[in-house]
Design a protein around this ligand. Structure first.
Ligand code: G3H
Ligand code: ZN
Length: 284
């Protein structure tokens, strides 16, 4: 069923595992992620950035595609459609009105009081529709679509406590050294702050920039209250590699199904591996 993130993340936090958010880019990504979740008996969050939604023609198309696939693929595990890095109240409302079951309001670039005010407004509207809300503090490094960062700023534990208390968000993404896209060298995550923020806020924490984080750090993050881990780049790399290899081996090939099919298989395998690593397999 299509659900919000609230129950799946609270269950994950209590159970000591994390639910993966895997970003959609097109039909094949959506098929692969849903099939992986069903096969793993895992809850799953479908992440949709504003850029990816534009590419797929809009929020309504995304929701219709997901609903259609859930029906045709007989998906029985809990699935959330989540706006990733929502840039404004209006964008969040637009996604909710189109049928998204969860939104992230990313006002982390605004002054703290503005972030609180915007987030509060989103929570009010979202909760009235049974939709969950994620908010962010600090700055995740790297780039993902429209979200570009010059450097990395660690979230402040005091501000995290205030934000959660004032807004009633369902989960919090404190930026603690993670990066969108590949890491240059080993990631250096602020586990001390993560532990403090997890304990002080009591809400499930979200780790952005899941691509390239070693398993030992994933396990540590989960032990400090991380219940949602976002992965996008790793699936993009796996699918691009499959397309390159297929077309290099068959230079006369032109049927998209012949090279996008292998891309879909590669995404599915990658997602299943993540679900096992995050411990969400067999938790649906
Ligand atoms: O919001 C989505 C993510 O944080 C994905 O990060 O592309 O580095 O895996 P990634
Ligand atoms: Zn992110």
């Amino acid at each position: 069923p299509l659900v919000s993130m609230t129950e799946m993340l609270n269950k994950a936090k209590d159970g000591g595992y994390a639910v993966g958010q895997f970003n959609l880019n097109n039909l094949e990504f959506t098929q692969a992620i849903l099939m992986a979740a069903e096969e793993e008996k895992s809850p799953v969050i479908l992440g949709v950035s504003e850029g990816a939604a534009r590419y797929m023609s809009g929020f309504t198309t995304v929701v219709s595609m997901v609903k259609g696939l859930m029906h045709d693929l007989n998906i029985t595990v809990p699935v959330a459609i989540h706006l990733d890095h929502g840039s404004s109240y209006d964008k969040c409302k637009e996604a909710i009105d189109a049928g998204f079951t969860s939104v992230m309001i990313d006002a982390s670039h605004d002054p703290f009081d503005v972030n609180i005010e915007t987030t509060k407004k989103v929570v009010e509207y979202a909760h009235s529709k049974g939709v969950s809300v994620e908010a962010e503090l600090g700055v995740v490094g790297g780039q993902e679509d429209d979200v570009v960062a010059e450097g990395v700023i660690y979230a402040d534990p005091e501000e995290c406590k205030t934000l959660v208390k004032e807004t009633g968000i369902d989960c919090l993404a404190p930026a603690l050294g993670s990066v969108h896209g590949p890491y240059k060298g080993e990631p250096n995550l602020g586990f001390k702050e993560m532990e403090e923020i997890g304990a002080a806020t009591g809400v499930p924490l979200v780790l952005h920039g899941g691509t390239g984080i070693p398993t030992k750090d994933i396990q540590k993050a989960i032990s400090f209250g991380t219940a949602k881990i976002n992965v996008n780049t790793e699936n993009q790399i796996a699918s691009a590699k499959a397309v390159r290899e297929t077309l290099a081996a068959k230079t006369e090939e032109y049927d998209p199904r012949k090279y996008l099919g292998p891309a879909r298989d590669a995404i599915k395998t990658t997602v299943q591996g993540k679900m096992r690593e995050f411990g969400s397999s067999n938790q649906a």
